[in-house]
Design a protein around this ligand. Sequence first.
Ligand SMILES: [Zn+2]
Length: 93
Amino acid sequence: MTPSGVYVRTPESRAATSAAMRRLPLPGPTATSYGAIHWWLRARYGKAAEHLCAECLGPARDWACVGEYVHDVAEFVPMCRKCHIWFDKIERG
Ligand SMILES: [Zn+2]
């Protein structure tokens, strides 16, 4: 699930996401630690830096978790550092 109203989906970010989704599935869902999931995200969907920030459409830097730490790219969005810090402050206190 994705929180509504937290970040804006645009045609550009959707296209970037669907291009990423068409990549070959590499690692399967196995370990569920923070590091394992970030490794899985990078291996499967590339570096966050290859995507646009979901908030400001600038160059992204991190995969930001917008839900649970699970093997589901729907729970993560690429964000730049500024938006990620802002998001964590707003969402996680
Ligand atoms: Zn941003």
